[in-house]
Structures are given as structure tokens and as C-alpha cells.
Design a protein around this ligand. Structure first.
Ligand code: NAP
Length: 453
């Protein structure tokens, strides 16, 4: 049995400061059995991962979860190391030497592809990139978006598809109430978008979005929801087979949209079902010139099967929103097929003292809060292993070891206090403009808020 004390606490590195990373730190702090010291690393200067860069900018209430995150990061047993990239600034071996346990909570930063011709044309991209762009992610802020498009397709019927479609059809007046990045607000103000098609390859009863998000399409000031009645018809047997309340409500809302007379608003959101994209068409100059889709039917197992009937949608921008995908970390095992770190309930397979939580553990599903239980479950295993003496003991366990390492590598660490300064700056700048926040989007500008030394 290995013992930990306030002089020699259990040293845990958390890689990734999104919700699962912060919930990990929170769960470690909550328990009383083992004194802990938690270092949370992020490759970006800013903490909170998808809460800052993924959650829709107009869903500000979801972001209020950061109030609790702040408390966690402000705890004296926790240190935040922003702008530190795992695998480069802190390698796997360097982390192993300095920590008794490592928790990987890096989420799923890439996306799934459609695997159809034309996917690399200009104007075809992942919803992930589009979301990162409008949320002011430093990697995406400088991108140009094809908002000269009058028609846009969003492939997939999950909540991400709903988010990007709503942002595309909201007015600037509506968007100003959100914390959308300033560059995106300016670009969307000039946007020519009139029609957005959201495509489900299966039926309305198989859609993944939630009802609250779907309903928002009925409440937009400048866009009408359009649904083809035939595409939301269900057989009596299919109807009877619905047991899930969310699905039932989704179908009700879609039927309501289908019988509404459009109010003639400037923009339209078309929710289409039983159609699959088969080819993104070239306009002759390497840009998206349309999307060829095939009508589907559902087979006995509920899978989409093509019928050989096609149509072309007049679009110039195609956003695939068919799921996020995890990316491998240098030195850490990875299941490339599933896009996750192989693990048994959060214990990394074959790696004592290494753990994982969140999307990189189980795949990209669930809402922010889902990751609290997920992280707490893994932390329970970590603590059980610690109590059982099953963790390798860090050779360089002094807290200062990591500081020395990073100083030696000239890494410009962004601390929690630096983040608080940047956060206050963004809020103040937002207030001046009558907006909830004005996001700083370039890394070099964020680092200007760093206290030197
Ligand atoms: P998702 O919910 O898994 O939805 C992915 C969609 O892509 C599904 O409709 C899927 O259809 C479709 N799809 C997959 N491959 C396809 C293909 N080749 N062709 C056509 N369609 C295809 O994923 P997500 O929207 O990225 O969301 C990720 C998670 O974040 C979800 O748990 C979501 O609820 C959550 N989230 C929540 C909120 C919120 O609470 N407001 C906002 C955003 C995201 P099939 O079912 O047919 O595979």
C-alpha cells in the first residue's frame, strides 16, 4: 500500500481542460481520503474546451457551467497550465516522470467524413470547422467562409447540425445577443444565405437532435421551418414502436412544422429526411456547385437503403455534421477505428496509472453534464488504484519539477490568473459593445494578457 500525505500528495496530470478535464479535477478535490495535487494542461491558453469553442454562441445558459469550473481551477490544490501542448511541451515520458497518474480528457477534435466524390471542393467542410470559426477558435479564426452561398446543406440530424443551421439563419440582431466571435458576426452580416437544408439519411424517428433545439426553428425572427409532410409520415407500426419520449416529441414538432403555412420570412430551414448525399458537384471552378442526393427507404433493421431516385439541391456550401472524431496523442495508445483511447471503464488498456474520460474515452456523445458522471466514474477507479498501491510512483514528484521543465523549454505558460485577466478583458470589451463578451481569437493576442515571470 502506497501512502500519500500533504507533504507527498497524489500527483495527477489532467490532459485537456474541457468539461471532462475540469470534472476530473473536481472529483479529485471532492474526496477526502487522499491528499491530491492536480495539474490541468491545455494546448490552448484558454480553458474549458468545447464549452468555449463548441457550445453554440447563442446558448449562453449552457456556458454558465463555467462558474463551477472557475471554482475548481481556483482551488489551491489545482494549477492550470494553458498553452502547453502534450507530446511537445510536455512529452509522455516527461509526464510519467512527474505524475503518479495521468488522465487524458482531450475530447474529439476531428470529424468524420462522408466518403463521397467532391468532398474536397472549396465550400465543402466539416461543421466542426465552421463551429470553431464562429466560436473564435484560434486554429479556425482566420478562415474564409463561403457565405456568398445562397443555399447551404448541413448533412446529419444531430444537435451540431441544428446549431450550425440556426446560426446561419439568425439575424445579426439575434446574433449580437450571443458571444459569437466578432469576425463571424461581420461575415454573417454580409451573408447571402437564403435556404439551409438539413439532411437526415433515415427518418424523423431516427434523428439524434433533442426537442428543445428543434423547437427553436419555429421561433426565429427571419426564417421559416419547412418540412415535407410525406417525409415525416410514419407507418402505424413505426409509430407504435416509438418508446423514447424525445423521439415522440421530435416527431410531433416536425409534424407541426409540416402543416404550418410558411410566413414568407427571408430565410428558410428545410428539414429533410430519408435522403443521403451521394456527390458534391463541381461548379466548374473547383467550388461546390450543388449536392446530388438519393432518396432512401428504411430496411427492417432501420438502416437507410438507396432507392435510385435522385435530386440536386442548389447549394454552394456543404457542411458535414456527421460526428466528431478523436485524435491520437503522441505516446498514448489509440483505437483509430473508433477514435478513442482503448480503455476498460476509463483505465487505459495496458497502462497502469493512466486513465481517460469524456469523448476520447467513450466517443462523441452526450451533453456537457454527461461528462461529470463519466469523469467521476474514472476518478473512482483511479482513487481505488491509488489506495491499493497500484500506481507507479513519480520519480520527480515535486510540484516545481514541471515548472522547471517548461521554463527550460521556453514555454509561455498561461496560468489560471492569466485566464482570469483575459476573461475580465473580454467581458469588459463585450460590455462596451453591448454584447455578452468580445472574444480574443488569436493566440498571440491572448498571450499579451500573460503576467510575465
Ligand atoms: P450525433 O448526435 O451523433 O449526430 C450525427 C448525425 O450524423 C446523425 O444524424 C447520423 O445519422 C448522421 N450521419 C452519420 N454518418 C452519416 C452519413 N454518412 N450520411 C448522412 N448522415 C450521417 O453527433 P453531433 O450532432 O455531432 O453531436 C455530438 C454530441 O454533442 C451529441 O451527443 C449531441 O447531443 C451533443 N450536442 C449537444 C448540444 C446541445 O445540447 N444543445 C449541442 C451540440 C451537440 P445516423 O443516426 O443515421 O447515423
Amino acid at each position: 500500500m502506497t501512502s500519500y500525505s500533504s507533504e507527498r500528495p497524489l500527483r495527477v496530470a489532467v490532459i485537456g481542460s474541457g468539461p471532462s478535464g475540469i470534472f476530473t479535477a473536481e472529483a479529485l478535490l471532492k474526496q477526502q481520503d487522499i491528499p491530491v495535487q492536480v495539474d490541468v494542461f491545455d494546448r490552448l491558453p484558454t480553458p474549458y474546451g468545447l464549452v468555449r469553442y463548441g457550445v453554440a454562441p447563442d446558448h449562453l445558459t449552457i456556458k454558465s457551467v463555467t462558474k463551477g469550473f472557475e471554482k475548481t481551477l481556483a482551488d489551491p490544490r489545482v494549477r492550470f497550465f494553458g498553452n502547453v501542448e502534450f507530446g511537445k511541451d510536455l512529452t509522455y515520458d516527461e509526464a510519467r516522470e512527474r505524475y503518479d497518474a495521468i488522465m487524458y480528457t482531450v475530447g474529439a477534435s476531428s470529424d468524420r467524413r462522408l466518403g463521397i466524390p467532391g468532398e474536397d471542393l472549396k465550400g465543402s467542410m466539416s461543421a466542426t470547422e465552421f463551429v470553431a470559426w464562429y466560436n473564435g477558435h484560434p486554429d479556425a479564426a482566420a478562415r474564409e467562409m463561403a457565405l456568398h452561398a445562397t443555399g447551404v446543406v448541413v448533412v446529419g440530424v444531430g444537435n451540431v447540425a441544428i446549431d450550425v443551421s440556426r446560426i446561419l439563419v439568425k439575424t445579426v440582431h439575434e446574433l449580437r445577443e450571443s458571444d459569437i466571435a466578432e469576425h463571424a458576426l461581420a461575415a454573417l452580416e454580409r451573408s447571402a444565405v437564403k435556404d439551409v437544408w438539413i439532411l437526415g439519411r433515415r427518418g424523423p424517428a431516427q434523428a439524434k437532435f433533442t426537442t428543445k433545439e428543434l423547437r427553436e426553428f419555429g421561433e426565429l425572427s427571419a426564417a421559416d421551418p419547412i418540412v415535407k409532410p410525406a417525409e415525416v409520415q410514419l407507418t402505424e407500426a413505426d409509430e407504435a414502436a416509438i418508446t423514447d419520449n424525445v423521439v415522440k416529441k421530435n416527431v410531433e414538432v416536425l409534424r407541426d412544422f409540416a402543416v404550418r403555412t410558411p410566413e414568407g420570412k427571408d430565410r428558410r430551414v428545410h428539414l429533410r429526411f430519408l435522403v443521403s448525399p451521394v456527390e458534391i458537384l463541381d461548379d466548374g471552378e473547383g467550388n461546390v456547385g450543388g449536392l446530388k442526393v438519393e432518396r432512401n427507404r428504411l430496411d427492417e433493421q432501420g438502416n437507410a437503403v438507396g432507392t435510385g431516385e435522385y435530386e440536386v439541391l442548389p447549394v454552394q456550401l456543404v457542411l458535414r455534421s456527421v460526428g466528431y472524431k478523436g485524435v491520437a496523442l503522441p505516446g498514448v495508445p489509440f483505437d483509430a477505428g473508433r477514435g478513442v483511447i482503448p480503455n476498460e471503464e476509463g483505465r487505459v488498456t495496458g497502462r497502469p496509472g493512466e486513465y481517460t474520460a469524456g469523448w476520447i474515452k467513450r466517443g462523441p456523445s452526450g451533453v456537457v453534464g454527461t461528462n461529470r458522471k463519466d469523469a467521476t466514474d474514472t476518478v473512482a477507479l483511479l482513487l481505488a488504484d491509488a489506495k491499493a498501491g497500484a500506481l507507479p510512483r513519480a520519480a520527480k514528484a515535486a510540484a516545481s519539477e514541471v515548472d522547471t521543465l517548461l521554463v527550460g523549454k521556453n514555454v509561455e505558460v498561461f496560468t489560471f490568473s492569466d485566464w482570469q485577466t483575459l476573461d475580465a478583458h473580454e467581458l469588459a470589451q463585450g460590455q462596451e459593445k453591448g454584447r455578452p463578451r468580445h472574444k480574443v481569437v488569436h493566440k498571440a493576442d491572448m498571450l499579451k494578457h500573460r503576467k510575465q515571470g
